[in-house]
Design a binder for this molecule. Structure first.
Ligand code: SF4
Length: 233
């Protein structure tokens, strides 16, 4: 598989996100989907994907702890594109057990508890969604954080036995914003209030001028720990 992935990365070297999507979407049909966090990059990808195939699958995960603005964005996006984003919820039992054992906001207490919360609220539904796929589309960009500098356009996700594609891998933040504005793509209004990266409400805060774009995510942890486990490499 490594050889195939290397070959695909060579094939898409210097190619646009549209060209990458035009290759993968028809090839994989219902076995490919955008795993949308509803962030800026995923909103760009939603627009690009639906321009390529209006029936393409887009899913998101409702952890139960999202911002009200994020729920509004799901509605706005559905309305603009005439789609229904597939919303996956966590299994209730593991969430209930975690909260009963540790408290409702235990993620502030340790990295282990934070990862456990991400595990039951995010990873479990993500894995269920990924179980329906051969390829998942992600909005990762190399520029986003210290944990993402090694991201490639096409990757083999060993843990999930899937191809993962990152069509915006080489885009800058400016390119993302330019696309959003030019194409009137709906986006989370929190981005206009100094929230460059938005996750669950209790684990996201606004950042100061000049701070890293992901500085507001799990701000009490060191930068190298700031992944929820969705994007292991
Ligand atoms: S981001 Fe925070 S609230 Fe959301 S799943 Fe992870 S630890 Fe839990």
């Amino acid at each position: 598989m490594k050889t195939e992935i290397d070959q695909l990365n060579k094939q898409f070297d210097g190619k646009s996100p549209e060209e990458i999507l035009a290759y993968f979407l028809p090839k994989y049909g219902v076995r490919i989907a955008l795993a949308s966090s509803l962030g800026l990059e995923d909103q760009v990808l939603t627009d690009l994907i639906l321009k390529t195939d209006s029936t393409a699958r887009i899913f998101t995960i409702d952890t139960g702890r999202l911002f009200p603005e994020t729920y509004s964005l799901i509605d706005k996006t559905n309305l603009k594109y005439g789609i229904k984003i597939e919303v996956y919820f966590p299994e209730c039992e593991p969430v209930e057990q975690f909260v009963r054992a540790n408290g409702i906001n235990a993620f502030y207490e340790s990295i282990e508890k934070r990862k456990e919360c991400c595990g039951v609220r995010k990873i479990e539904p993500l894995l269920r969604a990924l179980g329906t796929l051969d390829v998942w589309i992600c909005g990762l960009r190399q520029e986003q954080s210290v944990t993402r500098t090694g991201v490639q356009a096409v990757e083999w996700d060993e843990a999930n036995n899937l191809i993962k594609i990152n069509p915006l891998v080489h885009w800058t933040e400016q390119q993302v914003w330019d696309y959003i504005k030019t194409n009137r793509v709906p986006y989370n209004v929190l981005h206009d209030k100094h929230f460059p990266s938005i996750g669950c409400q209790p684990c996201t805060r606004a950042v100061a001028e000049g701070e890293d774009v992901r500085a507001g995510r799990w701000w009490w942890e060191n930068p190298e720990h700031k992944e929820c486990g969705l994007h292991k490499r």
